[in-house]
Design a protein around this ligand. Structure first.
Ligand code: M6R
Length: 606
């Protein structure tokens, strides 16, 4: 999510670092920072050009590290910008990832007398490494010892100012690439940024670190085994590389689904206790325990995620949940009942209607909460408390991975609220373990994407689509229809399947396909009957079914199988074929799927 870049070599480092950071800006641009031994650390909020404006003219040095931040812990301020330093300012670190146990590590270090300057999780890494290095120059052994305390995901670059030519990098869960150049050695979180300097790359694996000097590099495992490096050629187009080999950002973001689900729950589930740990809202635990009414406000895709929130929270707790389109809610009479709260769901945290709804709710005295992807965005600043998605930057205008993470965070919230009420530990454990199994299930659906691609090609000229589902998947039907509209400009409508015979059935004929979510759950038979009604009118049917289903296969014109998943969590799996269908149909129609006409990523005006 963040971008890191480092260099040690025979030429001046500053222009190299700045070029690297510019190449990484697309990964996040909350703040930028560099450290050059002998010259110091420089950090600024916002994009790289803000940093450049603040740099003195006489910066020199031949090694350094730099960072583009996409905030996860702590607001996007200069204080929280990387690089971060150890207690004595010898060791400097840039980091991409999330340290799950940073609070415990920080508390331990504070007891030992360490003081911290930032709200980030990264700073503990710098303190740990410097502590392990002791009075001498940092070594690989000391680095590995320090990292053995860290849980979570990290890609880091490290410099010890006492031995400025030596650059370290390490990886656990977040990518790190070493660039082998003529004039020096590079490290980057993203090989894109290496292209202006070298076409030779060595990819670190989890549990490995690299030691770079101006003329050579060496790779070791954390248990000190030297690893023979495999040099891979970098022969991509820089634009393609940012998309990590995918032809569009949209496909890349859909394919990130399993990773996004992992990141959303990382450090937040305690399966053996059947609980969710949500640090962001913990201080309102008493208010949440007494909560009777929750109003979810959101727009577009986030609104449809909210419908899942209503379904699951009402299934698992005694809380009454309303879901309101923020564009309507802000102008309506808001009734503030005792024990009520307003929850805004928003990827950007900047959507004007959602923002104004929250402001109005605050004026009326509601407890206001947020589920927000962009750290430090306006809505995170005005809500009383919230939960971050940790989905990473979403570049494509159509929201897919953020939707998935919104569903996951809502499931975490439902578990949290349920465990404050009747839900027992054993039931909580079942749900928590099922949540942990979701990434694998989503990956299984993504592995079948060619099947969805073929279906999209087959129906690419259809002019209308109906999307149907029941219960927790109704929001998925709406989302499937919205995505198709946005990406293909084809008319589509989402309906609760039971509503079909109350009107939409009149539209069905052999030219009007239906995409239905018909999983083996408590409404399976009802959904099968709905499909029969459509087939009786010659309507084509594409059904998303549970693996091994033979009944629906007989009725439908085509099926997409998804792994069996509990009814409470199935939307996170069933939505994936719908996102893929919209994507492939947009491509089949020759459209710019990353930037649909007339739309903006963040709707900051009314
Ligand atoms: O940033 P937000 O989540 O608040 O955005 C809300 C909607 O504008 C957004 O979901 C929109 O509907 C997307 N284009 C959907 O793909």
């Amino acid at each position: 999510m963040c971008g890191i870049f480092g260099y040690t070599g025979r030429t001046q480092v500053l222009p190299i670092l700045l070029e690297g950071l510019r190449a990484l800006e697309y990964r996040g641009y909350d703040s930028a920072g560099i450290f050059i031994p002998g010259a110091g650390a420089f950090k600024e909020v916002g994009a790289v050009h803000n940093l450049i404006n603040e740099l003195p003219d006489d910066l020199t040095g031949t090694s350094g590290i730099g960072h583009m931040r996409w905030a996860t812990h702590g607001k996007p301020t200069r204080k929280n910008a990387h690089p971060h330093r150890g207690a004595h300012g010898h060791v400097w670190v840039v980091h991409n990832g999330i340290v799950e146990n940073y609070k415990a590590l920080k508390a331990r270090l504070e007891e030992e007398g360490h003081t911290f300057e930032s709200e980030t999780d990264t700073e503990v890494i710098a303190h740990l490494i410097e502590k392990e290095a002791g009075d001498a120059c940092l070594t690989g052994e000391a680095l590995a010892r320090a990292l053995s305390h860290v849980r979570g995901a990290y890609g880091i670059a490290v410099i010890d100012a006492r031995c400025p030519d030596v650059l370290f990098a390490a990886r656990w869960g977040s990518p790190i690439t070493v660039g082998v150049g003529e004039e020096g050695m590079f490290v980057s979180s993203d090989p894109t940024a290496l292209l202006p300097h070298t076409r030779s790359a060595v990819y670190l694996e989890d549990g490995e670190y690299a030691v770079l000097t101006p003329r050579e590099y060496r790779i070791f495992t954390f248990d000190q085994q030297a690893r023979a490096p495999v040099v891979s050629p970098l022969d991509w187009d820089p634009e393609d590389l940012k998309k990590e080999g995918y032809e569009t950002y949209l496909l890349k973001e859909i394919m990130e689904g399993p990773e996004v689900l992992k990141n959303s729950v990382r450090g937040r589930l305690v399966p053996e206790e059947g609980r969710a740990v949500l640090g962001g809202i913990e201080r309102f635990a008493d208010e949440l325990r007494a909560l009777r009414h929750l109003t979810i406000v959101a727009c577009g895709t986030a609104f449809y995620a909210g419908l899942y929130g209503k379904y699951l929270i009402e299934e698992l707790t005694d809380i009454h949940v309303d879901v309101e389109a923020a564009s309507e809610f802000r102008y309506r009479r808001m009734v503030h009942r005792p024990h009520s709260a307003v929850l805004a769901i928003t990827q950007s945290g900047e959507t004007a209607d959602t923002l104004e709804s929250v402001k109005e709710a605050k004026r009326k005295g509601f407890l206001t909460l947020g589920i927000v992807n962009v750290v430090g965005s306006s809505i995170t600043r005005i809500t009383d408390a919230g939960i971050y998605n940790h989905a990473g930057p979403e570049i494509s205008v159509a929201s897919t991975k953020a939707y998935l993470s919104q569903l996951e965070v809502l499931a975490l919230l439902a578990l949290f609220l349920a465990r404050q009420r009747e839900m027992g530990e054993a039931e909580g454990e079942v749900l928590a373990r099922e949540m942990l199994a979701l990434p694998e299930k989503v990956a299984a659906v993504l592995a079948r994407r060619e099947e969805v691609c073929a279906l999209a090609a087959r129906w690419k000229d259809a002019r209308d689509f109906l999307f149907l589902a029941r219960k927790g998947n109704v929001g998925v039907a709406y989302e499937g229809a919205l995505k198709l509209k946005e990406i293909t400009y084809v008319h589509a409508e989402g309906y609760a399947a039971g509503e079909l015979k109350h009107g939409p059935l009149a539209m069905i004929d052999r030219h009007f396909p239906t995409i239905a979510v018909v999983l083996q759950d408590s409404v399976y038979e009802k959904n099968v009957s709905t499909l029969e009604e459509i087939k009786a009118r010659e309507g084509p049917v594409i059904a998303v079914v549970t693996e091994g289903d033979t009944v629906v296969r007989e009725i439908a014109d085509a099926v997409v199988e998804v792994p069996a998943v509990s009814e409470h969590l199935s939307p996170m799996v069933s939505v994936v074929p719908l996102h893929l269908f919209a994507y492939y149909m947009g491509r089949a129609r020759g459209l710019d799927v990353d930037r649909p006409r007339n739309l903006a990523k963040s709707v900051t005006v009314e």
